[in-house]
Design a protein. Structure first.
Length: 299
């Protein structure tokens, strides 16, 4: 899933880009937090899928597309799904904030092709005021990544967006299908994956290459990996990077910046963020621990 990340859709109304995923290394998808003024906003047909998630206090809005016409109070977390090629018009009675998520057609198509569903069902359909708690959870996680000053591994955002595509198909019917097929990775496959991850912690890892190594589709791979290793792919990779970084810091042979590069973190602050989150310790505190003191630091 290495398509070029598309640009946000233009609009006729006043919109202020409060935060953008540009520069975060997300490929085939992206997001922006937009400040939207009251008034009419026309969104032309775009070559990519767009999901707008309302953030904050309720706002009265009227929406018109080629397939829908709806007046409603847009509440926090409500989402409008606009597939590629569909245009629309939105009228907001007061200022509001929107989390805009866009997904390229190649990214969505590749995900859909890997799902074991009937072709007629394997597409993203237009929806207005979608209220799906699971999709909201994914959207808020992506928003947290967007607003974080520390740029995380793109593998996490890619996992979130893949899950969003799965969730958007028939309200998550494909998620249920994947759950019903749930089992675990074969021991030999697990060993091969662990060995590959360990040997490439300093590299940018993607869901595509890990799933290919397991000879599985990305959606199915994510489910089986979590069942086998007890945590999502991105969390396992980050945890192993933290553990490797801790060991290198305790050795005291490399500087903190060198350790960050050797373990695949984008910079020192990114490594410090995850060390503090997973270990409750800063790199400096770990680096000071030597000899007997090191034995008292647990991962």
């Amino acid at each position: 899933m290495n398509a070029v990340t598309p640009l946000p859709p233009p609009a006729s109304g006043s919109r202020v880009n409060l935060r953008s995923s540009k520069g975060r290394g997300w490929n085939g998808f992206g997001a922006a937090l937009l400040g939207v003024s009251a008034g009419v906003h026309r969104i032309p047909a775009m070559p990519h899928h767009v999901v707008g998630v309302h953030v904050g206090p309720p706002v009265m809005a009227r929406c018109v597309t080629s397939e829908y016409r709806l007046s409603r109070i847009q509440a926090h977390g409500d989402a409008d799904v606009i597939p590629a090629g569909l245009e629309g018009q939105w009228t907001d009675e007061s200022d509001c904030t929107i989390l805009s998520i866009w997904i390229s057609e190649p990214f969505a198509s590749e995900t859909l092709e890997q799902l074991d569903v009937r072709p007629g069902h394997a597409r993203i359909r237009p929806q207005l005021q979608m209220r799906d708690p699971r999709f909201q959870h994914l959207a808020w996680a992506l928003r947290a990544e967007l607003e974080s000053d520390d740029i995380s591994d793109p593998l996490y955002a890619e996992s979130l967006c893949t899950a969003m595509v799965v969730r958007l198909i028939d309200g998550g019917a494909t998620s249920a299908a994947l759950e019903s097929r749930r089992r675990k990775l074969a021991p030999r496959t697990t060993a091969r994956l662990v060995e590959f991850i360990e040997g490439n912690l300093d590299q940018r890892l993607t869901l595509d290459e890990l799933a290919a190594l397991a000879q599985l589709s990305v959606p199915h791979f994510k489910v089986l990996f979590r069942e086998t290793l007890g945590m999502p792919v991105h969390r396992y990779v980050v945890q192993r990077r933290v553990e490797r970084a801790k060991a290198l810091l305790l050795q005291g042979k490399l500087s903190t910046s060198q350790v960050a590069l050797e373990t695949g973190f984008s910079h020192q602050s990114h490594m410090a963020h995850w060390m503090n989150r997973l270990l409750g310790l800063t790199p400096r505190e770990i680096a000071k621990a030597r000899g007997d003191d090191a034995m008292r630091i647990g991962v």
